[in-house]
Design a protein around this ligand. Structure first.
Ligand SMILES: Cc1cc2nc3c(=O)[nH]c(=O)nc-3n(C[C@H](O)[C@H](O)[C@H](O)COP(=O)(O)OP(=O)(O)OC[C@H]3O[C@@H](n4cnc5c(N)ncnc54)[C@H](O)[C@@H]3O)c2cc1C
Length: 464
């Protein structure tokens, strides 16, 4: 199984594979959100362009059909980059980023794409231990310094939080209105249908074995193109030369069976809010439109960036997620609610820990990726940006600090060689799980709590 989401759309028809050589203006490798949004905005801006998307498996097979469904008006690592701009530029960038969920909603309405989109905002909850409240309040203070508007991030006390989400141990939450939740596979499949109706060719089950400026090849055939857009995100770790720049790490999810109204009355989340319990295990959840609780958290890393296989979670992976979910919602344990689905996926970490939207004008290669697990929204902005870059337009999209115009892929920072990456990631993951245990245990002495936080801060800093 790929994911709950993909299972729920598995009745949709499969597309033909690439059988013969063709020639187009733009060829895109990968039918995830990056590839499809790029095709969408290119086609919209210049309807006579010929565009083909070549997908190794099926539309939405990658992270785009497996994620937690948080459609965020955020870009990972943006604040550090925006700090170098003027106040006016920074605020214009904030508006651009915050508008992402609304832009996706506008396109979905216009193109009749039904993907369960609900803009209920995001709740970063101080859910389980006092340090979470300190971290979130520090974030809020930093957001103020970074010129966010007061309404962009609001502190909710326990009573205010309870009106939206009830977690017995939570003491409050940082709320942002700029997040929606979606059914990711419905968005992926809906976008693909929309693109095909507009004349974009999509080939499934056609793994690209070789790509370079001017063409891509599969075992069956070749596509010649003026522009090549490799949009494979974490799968770049298997496709040279992207393996140097995009590291595949995993995120792992569980989903419950649909829950009764009586249980939801004790949890809340009536407006499709996204929520996190705010530990460093990077958890995320949502209540689906069919009333399941979907809950995920960061996963592991395979030596040399090998991809995670399509298999359910193993015992220990399941145990971590169940533990976190039950800590937040003990009612689910009391009622012995069953987990009906578990799955994992690959996402890409770039060495600079923020996405890159790059245009190598000389070789006519446009490339975006490295969303650090926050790509559901960022890919929409990436699609608009790559389209503008390819069409050589100077716009607000192309002026953002994560855009690398007129630069080759090798301008990206490379990852360190193995075994450094594997050892660092393993050490960090172990430390984070241990930190969570220490902090969640009310009997842990103060010195131990402080010490483990310092160690994890240090490992985090080494990684970034
Ligand atoms: C478990 C999980 C949970 C996540 N949760 C969230 C979330 O809630 N919110 C959020 O913002 N982000 C989340 N993310 C990240 C987000 O899903 C991704 O950043 C985003 O979907 C990336 O889209 P993409 O199109 O760039 O890559 P992908 O969706 O991975 O698409 C790449 C495509 O390329 C294809 N491909 C690979 N190699 C080849 C080849 N050789 N030839 C042809 N095709 C190829 C793949 O099959 C795949 O379909 C999550 C990721 C995971 C894994």
């Amino acid at each position: 199984m790929i994911s709950l989401w993909m299972e729920q759309v598995s009745h949709l028809p499969v597309r033909q594979s690439l059988q013969q050589d063709i020639s187009v203006d733009v060829v895109i490798v990968g039918a995830g959100f990056t590839g499809m949004w790029t095709a969408y905005y290119l086609q919209k801006a210049q309807p006579d362009l010929t565009i083909a998307i070549v997908e190794a498996k099926q539309v939405g097979y990658g992270a785009s059909g497996r994620n937690g469904g948080w459609l965020m008006g955020e870009i990972a690592g943006a604040d550090g980059l925006l700090a170098k701009l003027t106040r006016e530029q920074r605020m214009a960038s904030h508006d651009l980023i915050h508008d992402i969920p609304d832009e996706v909603a506008r396109v979905c309405a216009q193109e009749n794409i039904e993907c369960d989109l609900r803009k209920g905002g995001g709740l970063y909850c101080a859910a389980r231990y006092p340090e979470q409240q300190q971290w979130l309040q520090a974030q809020l203070a930093q957001h103020k310094k970074d010129d966010y508007q007061p309404e962009d991030f609001v502190w909710l006390d326990k009573a205010q939080l309870n009106k939206q989400l009830k977690m017995p141990k939570a003491v409050g939450a940082l709320f942002t209105p700029h997040i929606a939740t979606i059914h990711p596979a419905k968005l992926a499949k809906g976008l693909a249908t929309c693109l095909q109706n507009k004349g974009v060719q999509i080939f499934e089950n056609s793994p690209v074995t070789h790509w370079q400026s001017g063409h891509v090849s599969t075992d069956q055939a070749k596509i010649k193109a003026k522009w090549v857009v490799p949009a494979v995100e974490a799968y770049g770790s298997q496709l040279k030369p992207m393996d140097k720049y995009q590291l595949a790490v995993h995120s792992l999810i569980i989903a419950t069976e649909p829950l009764s109204q009586a249980i939801w009355d004790q949890i809340g989340l009536e407006k499709g809010q996204a929520f996190s319990e705010s530990s460093r295990l990077v958890s995320y959840g949502q209540r689906t439109l069919d009333d399941r609780l979907v809950f995920g958290a960061r996963g592991g890393y395979n030596f040399a960036g090998r991809l995670r296989k399509d298999e359910p979670l193993n015992e220990s992976e399941m145990a971590v997620r169940l533990h976190l979910m039950h800590e937040c919602f003990p009612i689910l344990k009391q009622k012995a609610v069953k987990v009906s689905h578990s799955w994992g996926g690959n996402l890409a970490l770039p060495r600079r820990f923020h996405p890159h939207m790059l245009c190598d004008r000389e070789n006519k290669i446009a490339f975006s990726g490295g969303y650090v697990g926050e790509g559901v929204g960022a890919t929409n902005l990436a699609g608009r940006t790559l389209a503008d870059l390819i069409l050589n337009k100077d716009t607000l999209h192309t002026q953002q600090p994560w855009v690398m115009n007129n630069q080759p892929m090798k301008a990206l920072k490379k990852w360190e060689p193995e075994p450094i990456r594997w050892l660092t990631y393993k050490a960090l993951n172990r430390a984070l799980i241990y930190e969570d245990k220490v902090l969640a245990d009310t009997r842990s002495p103060k010195w131990k709590r402080k010490a483990i936080v310092v160690v994890c801060d240090l490992l985090d800093a080494i990684m970034s």
